[in-house]
Design a protein around this ligand. Sequence first.
Ligand code: HEM
Length: 458
Amino acid sequence: MSLPLGPSSPSPFQLMQWIGGPTDYLHTTAGRYGDPFTMRVGVFPPLVMFSDPQAIQQLFTAEAGSFDAGASNVALRPTLGVNSLLLLDGERHQQQRRLLTPPFHGERMRAYGTLIRRVTEEVMARWQPGKPFSVRSAMQRISLRVILQAVFGLHDGARLVRLRQALGDMLDAMSSPLNMALLLMLPEDWGPWSPRARLQTHLGAIDALLYAEIRARRERFDPAAGDILSLLLAARDEAGQSMSDIELRDELMTLLVAGHETTATAMAWAFYWIHYLPAVRERLLAELDSLDSDPDSEAIARLPYLGAVCSETLRIYPVALIASPRVARQRVRIVGRDYEAGARLAANIYLAHHRPETYPDPECFRPERFLERTFSLYEFLPFGGGTRRCIGMAFALYEMKLVLATVLLQRDLNLVQPRLLKPVRRGVTLAPPAGLFLVATGERSASRLLSRTPSAGQ
Ligand code: HEM
């Protein structure tokens, strides 16, 4: 099949570049071959990358049934399982989406506002003045607790505490670029010390906890509980069948993994930019200080500059470099070129966000651009688009805004070693390097304590 030009270097070499220095690889390749280009990494079939908004629009709005996307996420199968929303296609995908989307929107989502602010205050209470803390670990602690509670409700207990630990351990162990590369390159049976075998050990521990929780919740099922596991336990398909334990496990795992690492990374970047650029911090603090002394979550979520800071954070270093590749089910035409059935096509989020035609001075962090004009769904796409758009988008943005406001209203923080950071790959996300530390230098205003609800013991 004839595909757009791309690097002719061996695919293991392109894989190392894609894993070890993804943004350099993208800039160099797009600079040499233009848009679109074809990349060939590791054992995967060629992938055509698009950053032109018109091409992305055609990919995202193609007729139903033109593309599969779950089929292209096979690398996630060992972790998330075959029943994960990210791996499903067709009617089953649509049906699971209809089930999983509502809890992350509207009133149901807003109900998590108090939880997000309380968890943030609990984590913040550990930051001792003068003692640097890792921004990533702090954000991960917050986002993991929040997603666990959204998924499992208030049923906290020893099992969920162990689950929290086990998930964190797995993601930490698997996140290094080397592990990523080895996981993608080595065959499955490469011995007990291979990254795949270690991943399997972590997964075994997590699965045991998830299945135990599913069993316990089936035994004392509460139809009135609003958490996502209860919702999934109550769901029936057209034939009246409920979800099996394996299906439940795969969907829970998907929400836990997709829902916390991504949001934690975005929040870590936001804290970095706010403290790296004094003008951004000042303008944001002025806006936050204009709120009542005890603002409600909705008032925070509506703040325009705070929203612009979150958008610019997700623009300059989008957490996901590309949307899930779309696999053509039949011949498709994208911006004047035909692609045969089986072609793998991806919206390149990072490159779309770095087009100087759309974003003048794209390497510059400037939230104001989001106040000056509105970008289309095909120019600004940190959460992908079309029928596969991230179901956690509203939830993640809400969490980002509430966490940033809760911290900034109460603490003065400084970057340890302020310097321009280059993003690194962490698992499938584009993250700040591990050395990002902040230090608390004092309280901002004790009267601005945001959440006043009692702890639910998470
Ligand atoms: C800043 C945070 C987040 C970012 C940047 C992000 C980004 C993305 C992207 C780029 C996709 C692929 C979309 C596409 O292929 O068009 C996606 C899919 C998905 N995300 Fe997120 N996400 C975030 C947070 C969340 C949260 C909080 C949840 C869960 C509550 C979540 C659950 C999912 C799921 C289940 C999918 C698969 C959707 C499907 O295939 O139909 N994400 N996300």
